[in-house]
Design a protein around this ligand. Structure first.
Ligand code: SF4
Length: 729
């Protein structure tokens, strides 16, 4: 039975009064015809956009001139940022699935009452591991922090992860083990000062187009090296492209390390002064001779020699990686093998250098540091007694409320649902039923839940359609907070538009639940996003990600964003800063670690009835992930493929009697999808490529994960492509 919730003072403030969070008019402190600068809400580049108001309503936007990230540029997604807010299918009222299985509108008090009653029932009956949340890298840091504190310290949950598991978990683990902290060391200015730029598993032109523009602004005529099995848009523009066999990266990296050692290209002074484990690493890579590496990668001896020579002779070599590395079955060791190359050649801590992970989502870095999932908030350790005491003291909570260990990972949460151990799940601003690897598995898990709550801007996502309860949320531009971009730069987002109907900011929803749960007192200091920013500053104090020296949102706006760290008392905050300029890393001995391992094969190999390797990735800079927002823009739809297609090599097409644009079926051991054949030499024989944005793509992918980061291996599974059989028509 659904009982209307008794309305407390906070409920009335947030739900009833115009001007409360997420409701009412645009804040009166904005002038009706003001231009407001704020960080874009799509990718991790963190461009600044100027939103122009007329009569208090946002009517247009332009990229911010002079902002140190985008320098007055924006990609198509940024230009169309306002469009998804006005979509017809915005969730405008809470929805509860009735006895006949239909989602029906209910009031906020009723929705909050249902949430609390059912979630509490599960937790009280089955314990702290029986309910979990899955969050996102798309909401401001302050909202993530409130969610993490509410669920773990207030409601008593143990498990909660984010969709950042799909993009950045590998880099987190790689950096922690190598540097002693999750610390991307670079500034975007490094794109412009390198003389050799190595892009590993990164289609920068498409995935991070403004970063690619920064590469193009490099005045040093750099060598641009792309390592990718596919001839991507970036590979075409590069000066060197190494189209290696899929997932032979680790062998190639160890082979390059051996060649660099043989050529005397090691920076002995840096290695001896600032690293540990190099001698063992030298012994390890001794087995990776030219013949062996050539066999594994498909690259010739000449290609391998040229690649190593370019690194050896570069004065300022920067290494950049993204999903081609992170979404792999041995992703962490591959990322660390890239880090090893930077360390051994002394290419770190100087302009134009670095072992640089490019993040995916607009606030993945905020999630990594403050979401209270894998780290205790502020980059702390759940198991460290000193860290626990510090966090308890700052938050004024009993230390016993802090769980003794981090959450299990996204895939493990899904497994626990299938095992019957997790019975309630709260999904915030992510579309798991589309985006998670092996769609059958995730949909089966979601169908087994006693309670599935989805909190989103749209009730039409594949995941929201499966929910028992939908909570309508405000989006980017309808709420306040901060994002942290790939280069550690913190910037603000602002409320320039009113959320439609009864939609509320995620911040307001979390506060309503805290009040209804009975733990509102714990969050009495968490009244506004900027209040939370102050708390996060206190939590970060003394950590590598220390931001205690930032003078609030005002300073972030005045300085064009600020890169962490900024300890209290920092006198001058330069616009562009990189880490490790003094050669000191975050391990207790101040040294970086060489980390390495034996390569191992992917879980599933092509052969038999599935002889082709399926690669996935981005198809257009006009698409964002599952298209939940970008699909709402007619302009963005016109700039991107909207019908499924599969890239297949001319040789493989001929063998299967497939002509360009033929209808085909792509099958894996998990399922199948229909597509059009795009016959192209951009993919090598034996490989096919399908964009990740199509809902069908993850019917094919395999539940395979890196063992250290538990990041899904989206970029490799076995498939076959054929013309439709009579049964398929
Ligand atoms: Fe937004 Fe990323 Fe495009 Fe910049 S590159 S405008 S941050 S989506």
């Amino acid at each position: 039975m659904i009982r209307p919730q008794r309305e407390g003072p906070l409920t009335r403030e947030l739900v009833r009064q115009p001007g409360g969070f997420g409701l009412g008019q645009v804040p009166s402190r904005l002038k009706p015809d003001e231009t407001v600068s704020m960080v874009c809400g799509f990718c991790s580049t963190g461009c600044s956009l100027d939103v122009h108001l007329r009569n208090g309503v946002p009517v247009n936007l332009t990229p911010t001139r002079g902002y140190p990230v985008n320098l007055g540029m924006a990609c198509p997604k940024g230009w169309e940022s306002l469009r998804p807010l006005a979509a017809d299918d915005r969730a405008t009222t809470p929805l509860w699935r009735d006895a006949r299985g239909r989602l029906q509108p209910v009031s906020w008090p009723t929705a909050i009452n249902v949430f609390v009653e059912k979630m509490r029932s599960v937790l009280d009956t089955h314990g702290p591991e029986s309910a979990a949340f899955l969050s996102t890298g798309q909401i401001p840091t302050e909202e993530m922090a409130l969610l993490g504190a509410l669920t773990k310290f207030g409601m008593g949950m143990l498990h909660g992860d984010g969709n950042t598991r799909q993009c950045m978990a590998t880099s987190v683990v790689a950096y922690k083990q190598a540097f002693g902290f999750d610390a991307p060391p670079y500034s975007y200015a490094d794109f412009e000062s390198s003389d050799v730029i190595v892009l590993w598993g990164s289609n920068l032109c498409i995935a991070h187009p403004i970063m690619w523009e920064r590469v193009c602004m490099n005045p040093h005529r750099p060598e641009i090296i792309v390592v990718d099995p596919r001839t991507t848009e970036t590979a075409v523009a590069a000066t060197q492209h190494y189209g290696l066999q899929p997932k032979s990266d680790l062998v190639l990296l160890y082979g390059l390390a051996r060649l660099l050692i043989e050529r005397g290209a090691v920076d002995r002074g840096f290695v001896e002064g600032h690293t540990s484990g190099f001698d063992e690493f030298v012994a390890h890579v001794g087995a990776y001779d030219l013949d062996m590496v050539s066999d594994a990668t498909g690259l010739t001896h000449e290609q391998l020699e040229r690649f190593a020579s370019t690194i050896a002779t570069g004065q300022r070599v920067s290494f950049w990686w993204t999903m081609g590395v992170n979404q792999s079955h041995q992703a962490v060791r591959t990322a660390q093998a890239i880090i090893n190359l930077a360390l051994m050649t002394g290419n770190i801590g100087r302009p134009g250098t670095g072992a640089n992970s490019i993040t995916g989502q607009c606030n993945a870095m905020g999630s990594r540091l403050f979401s209270n999932t894998t780290n205790l908030m502020g980059g702390h350790d759940f198991a460290d007694p000193i860290h626990r005491a510090k966090v308890a003291d700052v938050l004024d909570i009993d230390e016993e409320r802090i769980p003794p260990r981090p959450s299990d990972a996204y895939d493990q949460i899904l497994d626990h649902i299938l095992e019957g151990r997790i019975k309630a799940l709260w999904i915030i601003a992510t579309n798991s039923a589309h985006s998670w690897i092996n769609q059958h598995h995730v949909r089966e898990a979601l169908s087994r839940l006693e309670l599935l709550v989805v909190q989103d801007m749209y009730a039409t996502t594949e995941t929201a359609q499966l929910a028992h309860l939908v909570l309508p949320a405000a989006g980017w531009g309808e709420k306040e907070g901060t994002f942290i971009n790939s280069e550690r730069r913190i910037g603000t987002v602002k409320r320039v538009a009113k959320a439609p109907g009864h939609a509320l900011s995620d911040f307001a929803i979390f506060r309503l639940i805290a009040e209804a749960w009975g733990c509102g007192e714990m969050f009495k200091r968490w009244s506004t996003p900027e209040d939370v920013f102050t708390i996060l500053q206190e939590l970060s104090s003394g950590q590598p990600c220390d931001i205690s020296g930032i003078d609030g949102y005002r300073a972030l706006d005045a300085q064009g964003g600020i890169q962490w760290p900024v300890p209290a008392g920092t006198a001058v905050i330069d616009t562009e800063r990189r880490l490790f300029e003094d050669g000191r890393f975050f391990h207790p001995d101040g040294r970086a670690r060489f980390v390495f391992d034996q390569p191992r094969p992917p879980l599933e190999r092509p052969g038999g009835q599935y002889p082709l390797v399926l690669l996935t990735g981005r198809a257009s800079s006009a698409q964002w992930h599952t298209g939940t927002r970008t699909g709402k823009s007619a302009l963005l739809r016109s700039l991107s493929p909207t019908k499924p297609y599969v890239e297949i090599s001319p040789g493989d097409a001929t063998k299967r009697d497939i002509e360009p644009n033929d209808r085909v079926v792509v099958r894996s051991a998990r399922g199948s999808m229909r597509a059009r054949a795009f016959v192209t030499a951009n993919v090598a024989e034996g490989q096919v490529f399908i964009p990740m944005h199509f809902e069908e793509t993850n019917r094919l992918s395999d539940s395979s994960f890196d063992p250290h980061s538990r990041q899904p291996s989206y970029k490799y599974c076995a498939v076959e492509v054929s013309k439709p059989e009579p049964a398929d028509r």
